[in-house]
Ligand binder design. Structure first.
Ligand code: PEP
Length: 254
């Protein structure tokens, strides 16, 4: 079963509007030439409009880094799904930094996935274990809990993408080995298969995230169950991000 690989760049809280515009203008021509892989950039909210104007209807897709689950109202500082619909294609939901610093629970994340899918946004739903959980041998249990609580009814809707991001690998330079990442992603696929059948499990794209860069992307892309990457720090450097997408396209492009 062929799944179109996907490489998404999570810019986190980096770049002013001016810097974001400059970075997108630098990347856009190179990204546009790379085919067979879905390319997604996720700049900060404030730069989404400018990003959309530059990428227009090109093959580069746009993602938001977060969304609130209510439709509208007195929720100062929040951004609703309807505000992003039409502007973005994807939205990152459940990133470990949202869980860790902003108190997002599995239940909140479920509401966000449901609200995003309802307006046609495709969630990039993040799951992953902490270092303590990993060392205690609880990875599968934690992932199972996150999948069940937040996405049991939704991941097969609207082209939802899952990103396996071990928390200890995010922004640390300590990436999981290709074998370990593939094994854990294989477990996620099996988990989905048991609950929803092979058809869905073989269709859903599951990415690896955690200190991915141009030097290690090939190791992940060569693995059977890994369909791409969610890239943080390395997505802020045009050459590095282009190299990551190019290698993904060369190895697994459809
Ligand atoms: C991320 O932000 O999802 C991420 C994986 O970050 P980094 O690539 O910097 O580890």
């Amino acid at each position: 079963m062929s799944r179109t690989p996907l490489i998404a760049g999570n810019w986190k809280m980096n770049t002013t509007i001016e810097e974001a515009v400059s970075l997108i203008k630098t990347m856009q021509p190179g990204l546009e030439k790379l085919r067979g892989v879905e390319k997604v950039i996720c700049p900060p909210f404030i730069s989404l409009m400018a990003a959309r104007a530059i990428i227009g209807g090109s093959t580069v897709k746009l993602g938001a880094q977060n969304v609130f689950y209510e439709e509208k109202g007195a929720f100062t500082g929040e951004v609703s799904p309807a505000m992003l619909a039409g502007l973005c294609d994807y939205v990152i939901i459940g990133h470990s930094e949202r869980r860790q610093y902003f108190g997002e629970t599995n239940e909140i994340i479920e509401k966000k996935i449901k609200a995003a899918v309802k307006v046609g946004l495709r969630p990039i739903f993040c799951v992953g274990e902490t270092l303590e959980e990993n060392e205690a041998g609880q990875t599968k249990e934690v992932l199972g809990r996150q999948l069940l609580a937040s996405a049991d009814r939704f991941y097969f809707l609207g082209g939802c993408v899952i990103a396996y991001e071990p928390v200890w690998a995010i922004g640390t330079g300590k990436s999981a080995s290709g074998d370990d990442a593939n094994k854990t992603i294989g477990f996620i696929r099996q988990f989905i298969s048991k609950r929803h059948g092979n058809g869905i499990a073989n269709t859903v794209r599951i990415l690896y995230g955690g200190s991915v860069n141009a030097a290690n992307i090939a190791e992940y892309m060569r693995k059977s169950d890994i369909d791409g990457a969610l890239v943080g720090g390395a997505s802020l450097r045009a050459d590095e991000f282009l190299s990551i997408v190019k290698q993904a396209s060369d190895i697994k492009g459809v």
